[in-house]
Ligand binder design. Structure first.
Ligand code: CP3
Length: 339
């Protein structure tokens, strides 16, 4: 096992980064925008077949780390491993995304099971341990929020018409809460085991939290809080909630780390006794080299004295982004960090 000798990312999450150094990692830092990823991906017809091989997950996690100066690694996997382990069949279809063979919309209530869930997810823990033995920077484990997983179970694919799920949850309260509870239990086991196998911190992706708006506490945050309270106290837990303004909820959670989406005003969150990462619009990578360098300069100057700031994006890197532009930003920030 290599030493964790580059801790600046964890220090920022714990609000104790005293160095004039802005730690950085990017949402979806591994993936289709990288030719190295596409080369590995082309050897597999099925995404799950690929991620069930720990050596391949390790290789894919390392690809961006070998190429760019990053301060954290994130296990290469997916949030849909949990519903798959609960018994749902899922395929990833090019240009369409995930497609479930059954969904609540088409089939009514689903036959989900948490039996043997940790054994079924063992491939993720093996990948976690293998990655951990290959890196000296912090490793981030992750899961989807119960609400976001429920959203995929409901639509059987990425949601389009948000009214459908908002109507359904109003009229099927018992089934919805029972299912959210079941996903929560699976997610607690999932994250605890990732931590046992080497994850230094965890991120919960509430990618469809924004669908809820006024019902956010009842259907999403309540369950995220349950997960957070079940995890070891010394393990930072980061919440990413897309499309939600989180400020009104800061006093309704014991979470201390937030990945803000691009719609939020980051400066509103900096002096709240919490750690903040994220917020940069990935569209920046479609701009000129000068604009990208200027943004790195601006971020360094503005945030280098904050002990609780992590540079990251407000949503993931998309396949149309040029990896050279990503590298340009990261190399510039690293140069500034070593000043
Ligand atoms: O470096 C990394 O971040 C890679 C690991 C990672 C993946 N998915 C790999 C992946 C992570 C952290 C995720 C999280 C994830 N998965 C989220 C939350 C983050 C977010 O973007 O909001 C969500 C909503 C999913 C669900 C999911 N998985 C979708 C919608 C898709 C379709 C295509 C896409 O990229 O959005 C996937 C498949 C997937 N997961 C791919 C990758 C690289 C592409 C699949 C392929 O190569 O065929």
């Amino acid at each position: 096992m290599k030493n964790l000798d580059h801790r600046v990312y964890l220090d920022a999450l714990n609000q104790i980064n005293e160095k004039p150094y802005v730690p950085v990692w990017f949402l979806r830092q591994a993936g289709r925008y990288m030719p190295e990823y596409r080369a590995v991906r082309s050897k597999f017809s099925d995404f799950f077949e690929m991620i069930k091989q720990p050596e391949v997950c390790c290789e894919l996690t390392m690809q961006p780390l070998d190429k760019f100066p990053l301060d954290a690694a994130i296990t290469f996997s997916d949030i849909l491993t949990v519903p798959e382990a609960m018994g749902l069949e899922i395929k990833f279809i090019e240009k369409r995304g995930p497609v479930f063979s059954k969904s609540i919309i088409k089939n009514g209530s689903l036959n989900l099971s948490n039996d043997g869930i940790n054994e079924k997810l063992n491939y993720v823990y093996q990948a976690t341990a293998l990655i951990k033995s290959n890196i000296n920077i912090p490793l981030i484990g992750f899961a989807g929020s119960p609400w976001t997983i429920f959203t995929y179970m409901f639509y059987g694919e990425s949601p389009k018409d948000f009214n459908q799920i908002n109507e359904y949850i109003k009229n099927n309260l018992d089934y919805v809460h029972q299912t959210l509870e079941q996903i929560t239990n699976a997610s607690v086991q999932y994250l605890k085991s990732q931590i046992k196998h080497g994850a230094d911190c965890v991120q919960i992706f509430d990618s469809w939290g924004g669908i809820l708006q006024d019902n956010y506490q009842e259907f999403s945050l309540q369950y995220i809080n349950k997960i957070k309270e079940s995890l070891p106290k010394d393990i930072p837990c980061i919440l990413y909630s897309r499309g939600m303004t989180l400020k009104p909820y800061l006093n309704q959670t014991s979470l201390k780390c937030f990945n803000l989406d691009s719609g939020e005003k980051l400066d509103d969150y900096l002096n709240q006794n919490i750690a903040i990462q994220g917020n940069i619009d990935p569209q920046i990578f479609h701009k000129s080299e000068n604009k990208i360098k200027n943004l790195a300069d601006e971020i360094y100057t503005k945030y280098k004295s904050n002990n609780n700031y992590v540079c990251n994006l407000g949503s993931g890197i998309t396949p149309d982004i040029d990896p050279n532009k990503v590298g340009l930003f990261l190399k510039r920030l690293r140069l500034l960090n070593s000043e």
